[in-house]
Write a protein that binds this ligand. Sequence first.
Ligand code: NDP
Ligand code: 2IT
Length: 449
Amino acid sequence: MVNVDEKLEPILNDVLRRNAGEHEFHQAVREVLESLGRVIAKRPRYANNALIERICEPERQIIFRVPWVNDRGQVRINRGFRVQFNSALGPYKGGIRFHPSVNVGIIKFLGFEQTFKNALTGMPIGGGKGGSDFSPRDRSDAEIMRFCQSFMTELHRHIGEYVDVPAGDIGVGGREIGYMFGQYKRLTNRYEAGVLTGKALFYGGSRARKEATGYGAAYFVRRMLQTKGHDFDGKKVVVSGSGNVAIYTMEKVIEFGGKVIACSDSNGYVVDETGIDFALVKDIKEGRRGRISEYAKIKGGHARYVEGGSIWDVPCDVAMPSATQNELTGKDAKILIKNGVMAVGEGANMPTTPEAVRFFQEAGVLFAPGKAANAGGVATSALEMQQNASRDSWTFEQTEARLAEIMHNIHDTCAATAEEYGTPGDYVLGANVAGFVRVAEAMDALGVI
Ligand code: NDP
Ligand code: 2IT
């Protein structure tokens, strides 16, 4: 098992003590610090000037009340967050999550991961994340609009195209971005298109942004498979979740010749051995905001729905967890390995527990960490900012070509870094170290701030 270098142990202990109870944040920091021992052994100056301590401390954390009125006229209160983690490389950049499980520790883990992910893209963006413990499930369109307006009424003071640029995440898609952009525009009296990304095409969005995270994950995993002489061709693939990331992962994997046989939501999973009909999933989820159980009802016969349970019980060659953090446990990993999985690519942020990652790596399973494999979404957000800044609009093909190039670069950078540090094929180390070095170099150049 990897341990944190003794020089870094006091830093980790401080993070644990000063952020008590924030388990997901502890997990994310520990994983990065486990990779950094070798960096400071090779380049000791990275341990100077409390650089690593500073990287683990968000630059700014904003927590605010979000009052709103439901359709029955009752006043409801939620908590809003924006954690502006690191702006050494550019304005803070990262999504907004609406889910009842959201708390400051979850937003901090996401903001911390985002900092290194954004660095890996090579684009000029810092790291941040936000959200609320609001549950959008079963809320009317009017309630969603009122909530988004109230959320933005506070958030607008803290963001801007040169300051902090939010986007979507769990529970926040094109509809919510539209309501938030409308409120920002009204409050500031500015048509500042570059303040949010993930906008619809007709008011400043980028082609391929909606598809980008899933497509990017498929590009990354295909390149990783190719290093071992494989491809998606004919491979059985299981994709968890059925939201934005999962849907477009399925589409691209199918286009690459893979056979997606299962997907899920928080209630259960569907298995379709003839191959998941991704257009139907898209219609159920994007079109009707329905449940994945409807898939089996509509398809009948060859599709089956399993309420509860673990989607990782379904035997596959490639697993792409694309729902939420810690959804793939050590127990799941053992089953996947027993069933012959050859590659795992994280579409979600930190969906694989540390124990499961260790099992995969020990078993020689190719493992692509989220901060590398799912970076296509934020990279295309940066392309959206670029288009907004130049008042331009690119074609789908042009945008997807840039995305593919960025994903291949991230893959190759992670692989080369792992090789340089003596652990070829360790994409976790490669991503952590390559992302860290870029942020650290910029922080060092900017002085103690
Ligand atoms: P969506 O809200 O579109 O979809 C989330 C999916 O995951 C749904 O199927 C949802 O099921 C399921 N899910 C969410 N929470 C849980 C839970 N606690 N337990 C089980 N299932 C759950 O979100 P996205 O697709 O945008 O995000 C998925 C993951 O990808 C997240 O980890 C996110 O941080 C990450 N990500 C997203 C990017 C983006 O551009 N959107 C970019 C990079 C990473 P249900 O509908 O039942 O809740
Ligand atoms: O986790 C992520 O990278 C996102 N939710 C996308 C962030 C963005 O700014 O596009």
